[in-house]
Design a protein around this ligand. Structure first.
Ligand code: NAD
Length: 471
């Protein structure tokens, strides 16, 4: 960052201060909810290609007002304690907003995953798991990690397996981590969950005409021109669903090596994603203009700017040049505190990270429930639903004396799959949470934007939990 903006952690703390100033909470509680409760740093050696490399990682626990605490593990060449603490705080606030009964935590390991082969990554992940589990920083009842930048289902499967081998008597061992492949105790729909939640969150925003009016946009998502930064797990799924299911036009995609733009026809997200995986960048993608200085494309004209890469992307340096009337924070902390102030004064509407990317932790919660209850969602009731659906179809056909169309009949008699149930639970969660946030925004004079409203919703819930516990 070529600016003097606050660090990620300081930014989050200042956003917290803004929101908490509108509440009447005891000073001790305000202090407690602001800071991380504990941070554990590990350094461990792993033999890589005949030499020992020492890796540094962290697990930060922000708030234990609910247990277990929950939060992803990030693998990136630049990870710091400051960053992990900021992300852990966001997790506490996020879980409270979407009524997921977990505290907040986050982990990070300093390494560029692209520098290591699969076997090496497995050794590193297993050793990291061992060190965290030994100190209680991985446990189905205390601290449950999940994927984040640079990690995915494979890493989660290694973590679960390592934990299980350390604690073979723990019947809930597989619940020590979420985001596992479905064949390893994961749940259908977890990989897409954060992007899916972004889609559901945006859909709900566009259902409220008076909120949409603040952006001076009209109508729904259909036809909206979107610029996406970061086509990883979150950005890819969000962009794909918004384009393929809701009719948005993805006019630019910004990646590490630059940006590609096709304002006229839009970009096919699926094709760009394939290209990105094969070429480690977007440069050369056919039928699109390549712009080497991708960061500059954040400032291009569009309807929605979808930030899905990493923190600190809009700062006091570029905030005044952002032209998007609506910013969707799919990544954590993509806007610094100073930039947030500037954008608000310009009238830009921001759907904040603490709400918008909560789909991941929501579905992680479903996965954890599935693991500790040891039964797949829908397993007990599926057949019953099918039989009842069949009876309804027969009754309708009998009454009307004609056949119900096959596709409608299949929908009534099909029963809900695990994926249907997960998506339905996520949709409901994102809609309820948005309505709660906008309720605070619309009803409290001192709360002047959606981010402050989201923090208020969350801080009131966390404060209540602590107060009821006697703290
Ligand atoms: P990812 O590693 O799968 O994807 C990140 C993408 O951003 C990659 O394609 C990468 O090449 C790109 N990128 C990195 N630096 C960039 C830059 N400077 N400019 C443009 N593109 C850049 O990570 P992810 O899991 O999709 O996470 C993205 C963000 O969403 C992070 O802030 C993460 O904390 C947050 N998040 C992720 C989840 C989840 O379930 N994965 C949940 C909640 C929040």
């Amino acid at each position: 960052m070529t600016n003097n903006d606050l660090t990620f952690l300081e930014s989050i703390n200042r956003m917290y201060d803004r929101a908490v100033a509108t509440l009447d909470l005891r000073p001790g509680l305000v202090h407690k909810m602001r800071r991380c409760q504990s941070v554990y740093q590990v350094r461990f050696p792993v033999e890589i290609r005949g030499k020992y490399e020492v890796f540094t990682g962290w697990r930060a626990v922000h708030s234990e007002h609910r247990l277990p605490v929950k939060g992803g593990i990030r693998y990136a060449s630049v990870v710091s304690q400051d960053e992990v603490e900021a992300l852990a705080a966001l997790m506490s606030y996020k879980c409270a907003i979407v009524d997921v009964p977990f505290g907040g935590a986050k982990g990070g390991l300093c390494l560029n995953p692209r520098d290591y082969d699969k076997c090496e990554l497995e050794c590193i992940t297993r050793r990291f798991t061992h060190d965290l589990a030994a100190k209680g920083f991985i446990s189905p009842s205390l601290d449950v990690p999940a994927p984040d930048m640079g990690t995915g289902p494979q890493e989660m499967a290694w973590i679960a397996d390592e934990y299980r081998s350390l604690y073979p008597n723990d019947i809930n061992a597989v619940a020590c981590v979420t985001g596992k492949p479905p064949t390893q105790g994961g749940v259908q729909g977890r990989v897409e969950a954060t992007g899916r939640g972004v889609q559901y969150g945006l859909r709900e925003f566009f259902r409220h005409d008076d909120d949409v009016a603040l952006t001076r946009l009209k109508g729904g998502i259909d036809g909206k021109r979107i610029i996406v930064q970061g086509l990883g797990n979150v950005g890819y799924h969000a962009a794909k669903f918004l384009r393929d299911e809701d009719g948005a036009r993805i006019i630019a995609i910004i990646e590490r090596d630059g940006a590609i733009v096709n304002e006229q026809d839009g970009l096919n997200v699926e094709e760009v994603s394939h290209y990105l995986q094969e070429n480690q960048g977007v440069k050369g993608f056919p039928n699109a203009q390549f712009i080497e200085n991708g960061h500059k494309v954040l400032e291009a004209e569009c309807d929605i700017l979808l930030l899905a890469a990493l923190e600190g992307q809009i700062t006091s340096e570029n905030a005044s040049r952002i032209r998007a009337p609506l910013i969707a924070e799919a990544a954590n902390g993509p806007i610094t505190f100073e930039a947030d102030e500037q954008l608000r004064s310009m009238g830009t509407v921001i759907i904040p990270d603490v709400y918008l990317n909560a789909g991941g932790v929501t579905v992680s919660y479903f996965e954890w429930i599935k693991n500790i209850s040891h039964v797949r969602f829908g397993r007990l009731e599926n057949r019953l639903e099918q039989v009842r659906g069949k009876a309804i179809v027969e009754a309708i056909e009998g009454a009307l004396e004609r056949k119900v169309p096959d596709d409608l009949s299949a929908r009534i008699t099909g029963g809900a799959s695990e994926l249907d149930l997960v998506r339905s639970g996520l949709d409901d969660t994102m809609c309820r949470a948005y309505r709660e946030i906008r309720g605070v925004y619309r009803s409290r004079e001192l709360v002047t934007d959606l981010r402050a409203a989201a923090y208020v919703v969350s801080l009131e819930k966390i404060a209540r939990a602590y107060t009821e516990m006697g703290i």
